[in-house]
Write a protein that binds this ligand. Structure first.
Ligand SMILES: *Cc1c(COP(=O)(O)O)cnc(C)c1O
Length: 469
């Protein structure tokens, strides 16, 4: 399998080449040249496989430059009951008639990003050892991404993590999760500023190509194809759990921000997994809902990007969306380039309303948005009726899922985090503290390893250079 850029660059690359890279040279995102097709006989053969072996079957369709036995070993090392808490890894539970929740949030940091990031940690370690290289990962986080990256990379050979976060602005639980890590190769940099300052610093460092090359700086953000393909696996696992026969169709509702999670659903559907509808659920930051309602994609400015109670979906643009647009436009890289490198830069928007029927009918997308009041009501209702606490992002997913139910088609809502990560809103909704998994008892009291720095690129560079021995 070779990989191409969504903006039409002629290069074709192999998996291990794009694994450690971010954007393609022309600024596009990598996608496979084609989507391998999975027929009913293959699905029947995969039904009942342990999650790690299902992951191997799917990944091996996309990765042909890691020996099969090595790839299988990596999958088995990654998807274990010890790390993910259950034998199923991503268990589906019925909520009400035909409505299901799929738990993707029982990994080390209690958010769905662990599902992909844990695999990435093992793949990075493997590939760096094979090349005899090292990598210094620089990132910016407002919470979930940073902790998932740190827990995936902690103790891994050849990798260091430098994670910037806005000083004092993450939830107390998220701070405790990250700052209590004592691993030598993990560096927490609390920046005196807001999340945008952290992102600007990462961008400025990455734009210094000499520094970037000399210090071997890389990233693990959600545009990484390896993360995306790892996420494809749980759509298959969810479908197997909610169906009995290979002809049955299922819909998924996905709490969405950067379009990484639901893009994996799109890939699964393109491979032939019988998915009826992919429901994109947004919060008040409704860039994606606007697109799937009107066909207009409009990037928001800082003034209309809101801080909400489902903060991991607070985005001004959706960084993985370009992948879907590429497929929507019949894989026309020139048109994608015109939209993302020209129209978006100049007008901050583009209009694909002519393609909207295709997005809905051929690609199965629907959407909706949810507000703070909706979240509170949904969390309350699920707790009262079903005795289950759900987090704020999952509540957005469930609220919008209900607006798109179809008779006879199971609807699986992806649970993207556990409520303990966003305790303040749970207390607001339920007047009680969220449940806390035993391994996180007292985490706020552990010693912390964090360096506070001003929002100054030079100071961050100095810190990295001094700790890259
Ligand atoms: C990252 C995140 C999301 C959004 O996922 P995308 O892939 O960016 O669409 C939703 N919920 C939680 C809890 C997250 O951490």
């Amino acid at each position: 399998m070779r990989y191409l850029s969504t903006r039409g660059h002629p290069d074709r690359k192999r998996f291990s080449e794009i694994l450690l890279e971010g954007l393609a040279p022309d600024g596009g995102l990598y996608l496979p040249e084609h989507y391998p097709q999975v027929d009913a006989a293959t699905l029947a053969r995969w039904r009942g496989l342990p999650y790690a072996d299902l992951a191997f079957e799917i990944l091996s369709l996309y990765i042909d430059d890691i020996p099969a036995e090595d790839l299988r070993a990596i999958c088995r090392k990654t998807y274990t009951q010890e790390v993910f808490g259950t034998r199923e890894i991503a268990p589906v539970a019925a909520l009400a008639d035909g409505l299901y929740l799929q738990a993707l949030s029982n990994g080390p940091t209690l958010a769905f990003k662990d599902m992909a990031m844990q695999l990435l940690g093992h793949l990075f370690e493997y590939e760096l050892a094979r090349r005899g290289e090292e990598l210094n990962i620089l990132g910016a986080t407002s919470g979930d991404t940073g902790s998932a990256a740190e827990y995936a990379m902690r103790g891994k050979k050849g990798v260091r993590v430098f994670m910037t976060s806005p000083h004092g602005r993450m939830s107390p639980f998220q701070q405790a999760q990250m700052f209590s890590l004592q691993d030598e190769n993990i560096h927490n940099l609390a920046i005196e500023g807001v999340f945008d300052d952290c992102q600007d610093i990462v961008k400025a460092v990455s734009n210094d190509l000499e520094f970037k090359r000399r210090l071997r700086i890389g990233t693990v953000n959600s545009i990484n194809w390896a993360r995306l393909v790892a996420q494809v696996v749980y759509y298959f696992a969810g479908w197997f759990q909610a169906t009995r026969g290979e002809g049955e169709r299922v819909s998924f509702a996905v709490p969405s921000g950067n379009f990484g999670n639901v893009c994996a659903g799109h890939v699964a559907r393109m491979m032939g997994l019988p998915i009826e509808t992919l429901v994109v659920a947004t919060n008040e930051n409704d860039v994606l809902d606007e697109f799937f309602r009107t066909g207009i994609y409009r990037v928001r400015g800082a003034a209309d990007t809101y801080e909400t109670s489902s903060p991991s979906m607070d985005i001004s643009k959706a960084s993985n969306f370009e992948r879907f647009v590429f497929d929507l436009l019949g894989r026309d890289g020139e048109r994608v380039r015109a939209l993302f490198a020209a129209a978006l830069q100049q007008q901050g928007r583009f209009d694909l309303s002519a393609e909207l029927p295709l997005a809905r009918d051929r690609f199965g997308f629907r959407s909706g948005r949810s507000t703070h009041a909706d979240r509170l009501a949904t969390i309350r209702e699920v707790y009262e009726k079903h005795h289950r606490m759900i987090d704020t992002h999952t509540a957005d997913g469930l609220k919008v899922a209900r607006e798109h139910r179809q008779p006879g088609v199971p609807m699986i809502v992806l649970e993207t985090a556990l409520p303990i990560k966003f305790a303040a809103t749970i207390v607001e909704a339920l007047r009680r503290e969220p449940e806390r998994p035993a391994r996180f008892e007292g985490i706020e009291l552990l010693p912390r390893r964090v360096t506070v720095l001003p929002a100054d690129v030079g100071r961050v560079k100095d810190y990295i250079a001094a700790h890259c021995a």
